[in-house]
Ligand binder design. Structure first.
Ligand SMILES: Nc1ncnc2c1ncn2[C@@H]1O[C@H](COP(=O)(O)OP(=O)(O)OP(=O)(O)O)[C@@H](O)[C@H]1O
Ligand code: SF4
Ligand SMILES: [Mg+2]
Length: 305
């Protein structure tokens, strides 16, 4: 349904001395209807950048995104509008999509107003149905964002994202600002909606337990690249980084969280991106590492078996 091929994204910053940062490097990804794919990896590994590339908020330096076979990258805005409702982003912070000066009812109604073709009564009925679908009552509608709890706000964001009948929801740390019980509730709401509507769900998170619980398939990212992808990743991790990430969560180790501390890779280094920190490295790891199939899993490490 949603397919990304060889996506690259490079950020350039600074006016006089410009620096370039490759945030996403050669990512291939496919999401099928009704499937939940979790994307995990440490802070700064490129998860949000990948999310923005998928929903067309960012244009890639190279690579393509397709929705049901139609190429979205490079499409002009007029044509792209038709597809934008189909792939919706749920960001970590509700402030990114809710205007603090508007009632939440107005924010949920906005996509219908922008797309046009609906009467006032039709919009009102659709907004009521969306509030009910995410478990909010009519009394919440006329409130402003600051008058709702974090969990209620996130449900408003989900209601708004559902307005134009999306087929894919990309949830970027959508529950990480909430306390644990509310997180579990929002996850349950999302899974229920997914089941009912047959949505594809991209679930970006730091929370490996949540990723394991909700997903059919997991993608592990490291410095902009997918290093491992498949089913049962956390039951039998094959890439040394996946194992280190799991240990970091289990033992609160900082080692994998701060790769910059060990300094940059030498100029021109084209070997394994995890080379600096990997405890299992050998000279053979200085060669480029492709994702390869290891018993149905994709792994970017020649040693994995
Ligand atoms: N607008 C930008 N300009 C320059 N660099 C950026 C920009 N946005 C992100 N980056 C850099 O790109 C890299 C990837 O950032 P991204 O936000 O995608 O990471 P992330 O995996 O979502 O991290 P987190 O888990 O902390 O949300 C980081 O090194 C970040 O500093
Ligand atoms: S290729 Fe080498 S450095 Fe990279 S993860 Fe595998 S063992 Fe470690
Ligand atoms: Mg992020």
């Amino acid at each position: 349904m949603l397919k990304a091929e060889n996506l690259h994204c490079v950020y350039t910053s600074g006016l006089i001395k410009t620096t370039r940062k490759t945030a996403v490097c050669g990512v291939d990804l496919e999401i099928f209807p009704g499937e939940t794919v979790a994307i995990v990896g440490e802070s700064g590994c490129g998860k949000s950048t990948l999310a923005k590339l998928l929903v067309q908020q960012l244009a890639p330096a190279s690579g393509e995104v397709f929705f049901e076979g139609t190429k979205l990258t490079g499409m002009n805005w007029k044509n792209l509008r038709k597809y934008m409702g189909k792939i919706q982003l749920i960001p970590q912070n509700p402030d990114d999509v809710l205007d603090p000066r508007w009632t939440v009812e107005r924010s949920v109604a906005e996509p219908f107003v922008i797309f046009g073709g609906f009467s006032r009564e039709e919009i009102s009925a659709k907004v009521d149905a969306l509030f009910a679908e995410v478990g909010l009552s009519a009394e919440h509608k006329t409130r402003y964002p600051h008058e709702l709890s974090g969990g209620e706000l996130q449900r408003v964001v989900i209601a708004r994202a559902l307005a134009l009948k999306p087929e894919i929801l990309v949830c970027d740390e959508a529950t990480s600002m909430l306390d644990v019980s509310v997180q579990a509730f929002i996850l349950a709401v999302l899974k229920e909606i997914q089941k009912k509507r047959g949505l594809g769900l991209v679930f970006i998170t730091h929370d490996l337990e949540a990723a394991k619980a909700v997903s059919d398939r997991v993608l592990v990212m490291y410095t902009g690249e997918i290093v491992e992808e498949g089913k049962g990743v956390f039951d039998r991790p094959l890439h040394p980084y996946t194992r280190a990430l799991m240990d970091a969560v289990r033992y609160a180790s900082l080692e994998v969280v701060l790769p910059e501390e060990v300094g940059p890779l030498p100029d021109g280094f084209s070997g394994c991106p995890y080379f600096r920190l990997c405890r299992e490295k050998t000279d053979a790891c200085k060669e480029p590492q492709k994702l390869r199939n290891v018993s149905g899993r994709l792994v970017r490490c020649w040693k994995a078996k």
